[in-house]
Structure formats: structure tokens, C-alpha cells
Design a protein around this ligand. Structure first.
Ligand code: SF4
Ligand code: SF4
Length: 377
């Protein structure tokens, strides 16, 4: 089956209640899936933790049963944090098949290898388990998603040579960043002959909402192209990239993505120079490089809406110089008065979130900055 390079990431689906990750706007998701399939795209990416399990059930509701099995491919992933002696990888896999309504996955990944998770994956023999699924035909291709440095990635690929592909966070802002080291990880994957799947090409929306200086730069170069298009095309232009996942949150984003990925053309050298210039301009502005992945909120005892308050803070700092009234402050204040929702000052500094953050952010310190900015605390 021919595969266009735009994957439908099901981790940021449209919601009916922005404070409830399970409140999926099913009608809109269905329309998104239908339009995506109608244009000849066919790659869907889900995971156990996305939308607290509901992303997997959306696969069943909006895709499986409505389309012939051979017309689409689905990726799911085995996470570490839910494994216990009484919940083995076998149990997790069985539940994932039930939730999605599938009897095999096209792609199956060890989800989020990093220094904290790798011990659990080894203890539960997850790599061997996933290789066994491949032998039994229950998955067609196997890989891993990686959120750590190139050294650990190399170690894993050496130890587990049968894994065929690596999913990496790649976008133009992280390409040479000291925190994410996207280029170095990509180079390790290529060195070991692996195909690369890209996650976070738009860095959780950050590269769609770029500062005006960058918007103008892009407009000057290509008046009809959105800021997000530059980010997705940058990732898709890398030679070993097989698929670029975009976590699409509404029909508008989907249509924009499809408009330039339907007949994809890689960035040329002149366009790459524009992207490098944009990187420099953005780096002058961004305060907290959070991707909005939501991993950190899973264990927070205070239900602090970490990515939301970081995003409001970043956006507010980018606009503060020229706007007398701040919509971000208003949105933040709405969170403060919402029962059951934690804001920055509710943090009790337990640190559980930092263990989960793939970007290795000093979340507690950043929350203090946010509390000082929005709450005067
Ligand atoms: S450190 Fe704060 S934000 Fe992080 S999990 Fe603990 S209470 Fe939540
Ligand atoms: S703080 Fe880290 S874990 Fe939390 S949403 Fe941002 S990038 Fe993800």
C-alpha cells in the first residue's frame, strides 16, 4: 500500500471540554478521519496514554469497521508505567486489541525509551515480547519511540537489532537544541539502518503559533503557506524519514496539513535557509520549550494543568510587549476558578511530573515563574 508521509497523530484530538482529556468531539474526529482517508492518507498513530485510553477507542469508533482493514495502518505502543506483576505486556497488548477492535497492529512500538523507563522495559522483557508478536503475525513491524539522548538510543539499537524503526522528536527548533538533540538521535538511527518516524514536527503547536517576525519571514518567502507547513515539511524533507505524525486537533489543521502533504515536495536549499533564520528568531522568544505532550499530568496529585499554563505563559511573553490586555491572563484566571483544576501555585513540588517529562524540563521551577507572572505569587 502506498503511504503518503503525513500520519494522523491521535494524541491531541478535538475536545468538547478543554479541561477533560476524555471528552472527545467524536463527530469532528469522524469527519477528520473521513477527509484524511478520502485524500489517500492512511497512517494512524495511537497509544495507551493518549486521552487517558480514549484515543485507542476512537480508532475503533471512527476507523475500524468503517473502512476495509487493508486500506489503513495503525500504530500502537507498549508503555512502561502501567506494567506491574499483575499487568504484564501480554495483558496490555490484549487490552489494546480490544480497545481498538483490531486483531493485529501494523506497527507496534516500545513507547518512550529513556533512562527512567528502560529498566522496566528490560525487567518485563518487553523487547523480546514485541519480537514474539512479530513472529506470531500479531504486529507487522516493530520499533521504538525514544525520548532521550543519542547515547542511550545507540545502546538500545545495538542490544535489539531486530527493531526496524525509531520514532523521534524532530522539528526545526529541536534539530540542534542541546536539550532534545534531534539531529544526533536521527544520525544514530540512520547509522543503524533504521527508518525514522517523526513526532512533534510542530512542537506541540509552538511552530504553528510563531512570533510575528517569523510569520512575516515565512509570508515573504511563500505567501500562501502556513507556519505549520514549514515545520512539517522540514521534518518530511529528511531523507530517512518515513512518516511525519501530526497531532491534529481540528479539521482546519488537518486540511492545512493535507494541502501540502498530498503531493509532498521537500524543502529546497533556499527554503532551508528560511527555516534556519526562523529558528534563530524563535529562540530569541520562547520561554519554556514544552511540547504539550501531557505525560507530566498523569501522576500529578494536584491536577496541575502543566502544559496549559506553560503554553499560556509562553504565548503571553511573546505578546506582552505590544498588547495592553492579555487573553492569556484571562484564560489562566478561568483555570484558577475552575474546581478540581490545579494551576501553577497549587504545585506541592513532589517532582512526579519531572520524571515523566520527555523534554527534561525543570517543571517545578518553571511553575514558580508562571505563578509569579500570572498570580503575583
Ligand atoms: S511537582 Fe507539582 S506539578 Fe509536578 S506532579 Fe508534583 S504537584 Fe504536580
Ligand atoms: S512539561 Fe514536559 S511532559 Fe509536560 S507537557 Fe510539557 S513537555 Fe510534556
Amino acid at each position: 500500500m502506498e503511504q503518503k508521509k503525513l500520519g494522523f497523530g491521535m494524541m491531541r484530538l478535538p475536545l468538547t471540554d478543554p479541561n477533560d482529556q476524555k471528552s472527545i468531539d467524536v463527530a469532528q474526529v469522524q469527519q477528520m478521519v473521513d477527509e484524511y482517508m478520502a485524500k489517500g492518507f492512511n497512517y494512524f498513530d495511537t497509544a495507551w496514554m493518549y486521552h487517558r485510553g480514549v484515543s485507542e477507542t476512537m480508532v475503533k469508533e471512527c476507523l475500524v469497521g468503517k473502512y476495509p482493514r487493508e486500506s489503513y495502518t495503525v500504530t500502537d505502543k507498549l508503555p512502561d508505567y502501567i506494567l506491574r506483576p499483575d499487568r504484564t505486556p501480554q495483558d496490555v497488548f490484549k487490552t489494546q486489541l480490544e480497545r481498538t477492535g483490531l486483531d493485529y497492529f501494523d506497527y507496534y512500538l516500545i513507547h518512550d525509551t529513556n533512562a527512567a523507563s528502560i529498566g522496566t522495559f528490560e525487567d518485563y522483557h518487553c523487547f523480546e515480547f514485541v519480537e514474539g508478536l512479530l513472529e506470531k503475525g500479531l504486529v507487522k513491524h516493530i520499533g521504538l519511540s525514544h525520548h532521550d539522548g543519542p547515547e542511550l538510543l545507540e545502546e538500545i539499537l545495538k542490544r535489539h537489532p531486530n527493531f526496524e524503526f525509531v520514532q523521534l522528536q524532530i522539528n526545526y527548533l529541536d534539530w540542534d537544541s542541546l536539550g532534545v538533540r534531534a539531529r544526533e538521535c536521527y544520525e544514530v538511527a540512520v547509522k543503524y539502518g533504521k527508518k525514522v518516524l517523526v513526532m512533534e514536527p510542530v512542537k506541540g503547536g509552538t511552530l504553528a503559533a510563531v512570533p510575528d517576525t517569523v510569520k512575516n519571514l515565512f509570508k515573504e518567502a511563500e505567501p500562501d503557506m502556513s507556519p505549520a507547513s514549514w515545520a512539517v515539511r522540514f521534518a518530511a524533507s529528511l531523507p530517512e524519514v518515513y512518516m511525519v505524525l501530526s497531532g491534529m486537533s481540528n479539521l482546519e489543521q488537518l486540511r492545512d496539513n493535507m494541502s501540502y502533504m498530498e503531493d509532498f515536495r521537500p524543502l529546497d536549499e533556499k527554503e532551508m535557509a528560511v527555516v534556519r533564520k526562523a529558528t534563530d528568531l524563535i529562540n530569541e522568544n520562547i520561554a519554556i520549550p514544552c511540547t504539550g505532550c501531557n505525560y507530566c499530568t498523569v501522576d500529578c496529585p494536584m491536577n496541575v494543568q502543566i502544559p496549559t499554563v506553560f503554553s499560556l505563559y509562553n504565548a503571553d511573553l511573546q505578546e506582552a510587549d505590544f498588547k495592553p490586555w492579555s487573553s492569556h491572563e484571562e484564560l489562566y484566571n478561568n483555570l484558577v476558578i475552575t474546581e478540581g483544576i490545579g494551576v501553577a501555585s497549587d504545585c506541592i513540588e513532589c517532582g512526579a511530573c519531572e520524571d515523566r517529562c520527555p523534554q527534561h524540563l525543570a517543571i517545578r521551577e518553571h511553575l514558580k515563574e508562571v505563578a509569579a507572572h500570572f498570580e503575583g505569587k
